[in-house]
Each structure stands twice: as C-alpha cells, then as structure tokens.
Design a protein around this ligand. Structure first.
Ligand SMILES: CC(=O)SCCNC(=O)CCNC(=O)[C@H](O)C(C)(C)COP(=O)(O)OP(=O)(O)OC[C@H]1O[C@@H](n2cnc3c(N)ncnc32)[C@H](O)[C@@H]1OP(=O)(O)O
Ligand SMILES: O=C([O-])CC(=O)C(=O)O
Length: 451
C-alpha cells in the first residue's frame, strides 16, 4: 500500500536503464497496479532489467542494494537512472501520505481539507507527534508547554543583533537553530522524552527567531513573545508589534496546518538522514532548513512572489510573461511536483485564500495574475501548481515580506521534521545508500613533478 501511495517510479527500459517517462506514460503503464512486491530494478545484469523483490520493511532501500546484483553497482555498465531517487521507497512512515494521482494528502489518516477546516496548528503538531488528535486537556497542556518555551536564550538574541541586516532570513534561521543547541543542556540527550522536549523548544523558538530578526533588520526592537495565544497569533504579534485580527490569525494558522508534513520531501529526508547517524535534533533541523531554502523546494514561494511583483511592476501581460519564460527554457516557480500528477490539494486551498484576501483588500490583481499564470501553464505545459504557487501571494497579502516566506514554511515544517526524527529514532537504522561509480579506474600516481 505504501508503495502505491506516492508517485510511481519510472519503468525500466529495454537496456535495463530506468527511463524517465512522461506523466501520461507513467500513468498508462499502470505501474501502481503491479504487485507491490515486484518492481523493476535499475541494477540489471548485462544491461537487462531484473525484478527485485522489494520487502516492505523499514530497510527496503537497502534491501535493493543487498541483492545479488549489488556487484553491478561497482561497474560502469549499468548506470542508475532513478535520478533524484524518483519513486524509490526509502523507509516506512505513519506520518503522512500523498496520493499523487488523486491529489490527496493525509496526515495520520486525516485528509488535509478536514484538518485545514477543523484543526489548529497545535492540534496538528500533536497529531503528527503522537498519532492521535489531542483531547482538550492534552491540547491545553501541550500548548501551554509550547508557550513556555518561546523566549530565546540571550546569546541567540545577541547573535541576531550582530547578524548583517541583508542576510537572507533562511540563512539566519539555519544558523540560529544550529546555535540554539549550544544553549540547550539536553541537546545531545537522545532519550525519547528529552527529544520531545527539544522538538517543542525548537518549534516554539523558531517563530521568535524569525520575528526578532525581521524587526532588527528594520531597526526595530524585537517584541517579547506572549505568554498566551496560539502560535499563529503570537508570531504575527511578534512580527508586527500588534495583535493580529482574527481573520489574519485564522488564515495564517491554516497555512501552518497545510505545510506541516509532506511525506519524504527533500528537507524531511535530510532530517532523517542526519537523525539516522544518531546526531542530534538541532543538527537535523538546521540541515533541513538548509534543504528547504533551495528554490526547487521551499524557496520557490519567495520566487513566485518575485515573479508576480515583476509582472506587476512591468505592467506585463501574465500570459506573455510565462510564455517568454517557457520559450527561454526557464522553469516557472510554483509549478510541478515530484509526487503529484495533478493539482496539489494544498494549492487548491491556498488559491481560495488568495481570492478571499484579494476580495477583502478590494484589489483582485494578485488573484488575477495567478489565475492567468495557472491557465497559461495548463495550456502550454499541463504542469500543475504546487503549494508554493499560492502560498506566496497569501503571505504577501498578510503583509509578510517575500524573503520571509520560506521561513514560515520552515516554522510549520519543523512539526514534520521533528516528528519524523522521533519516528526514525524509534526504529533507527543508518541511512546510507550507494552511488554508481562512473569515474576513472586503474590509474597510478605519477610523481608530482611529472603531472
Ligand atoms: C514545497 C515544494 O518543494 S513544491 C516544489 C517547489 N519547487 C518549484 O516550484 C520549482 C519549480 N518546479 C520544478 O523545478 C520541478 O517541478 C520540481 C523540482 C518541483 C520537481 O521536479 P522533478 O520531478 O524532478 O521533475 P523534472 O525536474 O525532472 O522535470 C520534468 C520536466 O518537466 C519540466 N518542468 C518541471 N517543472 C517545471 C516548471 N516549474 N516549469 C517549467 N517546466 C517544468 C522540466 O523542465 C522537465 O522537462 P524536460 O524533461 O523537457 O527537461
Ligand atoms: O513533497 C515534496 O517533494 C515537496 C513538497 O511539496 C513539500 O515538501 O511540501
């Protein structure tokens, strides 16, 4: 079942190479209907594809490399074509599942639409971490503990004061999360209860870091965190120095719910790889912030807003703008996804938010631009929008600066990263795949004077 829940892997071609197929081809191949235990293996002997039984164990990825064809890994005859690990099942997880064909996302069995409508971010964090939605008293205890961890150690605040104002907020966040470890006596304690406490602490302190840095770079004093209110409320308060309206708080809270977890995306995989070495939670989360920063991942939301602002400033026609980008072989940020073959369900929810926020502001331009771009991408490429396409204009209309967008994603995804780390450590095995060596062989070292 797990094997079918994410986008199907590319099919092995006649020469034993896993060939990338178009989305339609992948669907037509009906791969998801094949028995889950038999999948094409890229490491075929003599250039022929072989089917390797994939055991549904936490170590499936390693099981592949453990098969007899492992020797092929050290030859240069059968290059691996599961590029970017597309379709590779690396581990089992109970946290979230994506049906890329249906456009469905679930956290622990709950559909994302249901959670967005009926659960707060704190409830979702608890759900991811503990497997069940909290009762009222569990939620009260959990929220109260999160609130008690909001303040930053003084040296971290000093670090932020010393940070260049033009530093990218994601670089600042990565550095500050790493530095937090230096002031946490439990940083290297691997006991489960301590890891839960650290997960709370990191999650509670990330909003304070983001808001403090944003104010400092604008020559404003950081605002101390509140000892009440939700994470969404407190973050907007610390950022702006005034209480947010109920609508802004609700919208922001839903954004946090939507971004909390998403299968084995690149930044979550990063956390699990780092965690699997039995390194600490701060190392893993700072690594994940680094992974999320990239524009092919979380960094795309900022790029989307840059594009929309560029269109606006130039007075450009969004359709021609996108066509020009595609003609120049450029990617349009906020479109495409490794797992979804259809519209990302989070994007659908965020699109409604962009519309509602535009209506409230009495200015429909961001909604109009995104609608035009969406239509053009559908006509020209058939590639669907992902979560980053509509989160950009949502955050912008909430008054956030574009270079903060990815930090908001990080704030929310910390819930997923830390829950994945706890899951990893509950049944740990070192994550260590193999590389296909395609370099030179049989060379001998010449004396330095002769090179
Ligand atoms: C939260 C998130 O991380 S969601 C993703 C956020 N990232 C973005 O929005 C960046 C833009 N999108 C992309 O670059 C890609 O769609 C990714 C990285 C998200 C997924 O990529 P992959 O699954 O590796 O697909 P891949 O990069 O192989 O692209 C397949 C084809 O679709 C094209 N394509 C994919 N996305 C786009 C896009 N946004 N714009 C234009 N073309 C695209 C590629 O050019 C490629 O065409 P080609 O085979 O002719 O070269
Ligand atoms: O799943 C992915 O590859 C990227 C993504 O949408 C996310 O991390 O939310």
């Amino acid at each position: 079942m797990l094997l079918c829940s994410e986008k199907t892997p590319a099919w092995a071609g006649p020469r034993g190479l896993l060939q990338k197929r178009s989305r339609a081809d992948s669907l037509n191949a009906g791969l998801s209907q094949r028995p889950a235990c038999l999948r094409p293996c890229p490491f075929g002997r003599d250039g022929h594809a072989v089917s390797i039984p994939l055991r549904l164990s936490p170590h499936t990825f390693f099981d592949m490399a453990d098969q007899e064809s492992v020797t092929e890994l050290t030859t240069d005859k059968a290059p691996i074509k599961a590029r970017g690990l597309e379709g590779v099942i690396a581990l089992e997880s109970e946290l979230s599942s994506i049906d890329g064909d249906k456009g469905q996302l679930i956290y622990r069995g709950y559909d994302i639409h249901d959670l967005a409508d009926h659960a707060s971010f704190e409830e979702v964090v608890y759900l991811l971490r503990h497997g069940e939605l909290p009762t009222q008293s569990e939620l009260d205890d959990f929220s109260s503990h999160l609130r008690s961890e909001r303040a930053l150690p003084a040296p971290i605040l000093n670090l932020l004061r010393e940070t260049p104002a033009d530093a990218h907020p994601m670089a600042v966040l990565r550095t500050a999360v790493s530095a937090l470890a230096l002031y946490d006596e439990e940083a290297d304690t691997m006991e489960e209860a301590a890891n839960h406490r650290k997960a709370d602490r990191i999650l509670a302190q990330i909003p304070t870091i983001i808001a403090a840095f944003d104010r400092l770079r604008k020559d404003k004093e950081p605002v101390a965190p509140l000892d009440h209110g939700s994470m969404a409320h407190n973050f907007l308060y610390m950022l702006n120095g005034e209480k947010p309206g109920a609508a802004a708080e609700d919208t922001f809270d839903v954004c946090l719910v939507l971004h909390a977890d998403h299968g084995l995306n690149a930044s979550t995989f990063t956390s699990r790889v780092i965690g699997s070495t039995l390194s600490d939670m701060y190392s893993a989360v700072s690594g994940s912030v680094g992974a999320l920063k990239g524009r092919l991942h979380g960094g795309a939301n900022q790029e989307v807003m840059r594009m929309l602002l560029d269109i606006d400033e130039k007075g450009a026609d969004p359709t021609s703008y996108i066509r020009d980008r595609l003609d120049a072989d450029e990617r349009v940020m906020g479109f495409g996804h490794r797992v979804y073959n259809t519209m990302d369900p989070r994007a659908a929810i965020l699109r409604t938010m962009v519309k509602e926020l535009s209506e409230e502001a009495g200015d429909m331009k961001w909604y109009k631009y995104t609608t035009k771009i969406h239509e053009t991408m559908t006509e020209e490429t058939g590639i669907d929008p992902n979560v980053d396409f509509f989160s950009g204009p949502t955050y912008y209309q909430l008054g956030l600066d574009p270079d903060l967008f990815t930090t908001i994603f990080a704030l929310s995804r910390t819930a997923g990263w830390t829950a994945h780390l706890l899951e990893q450590w509950a049944d740990n095995r070192l994550i260590r795949p193999r590389a296909q060596y395609v370099g030179a062989r049989d060379r001998t070292v010449a004396p330095i004077a002769e090179r």
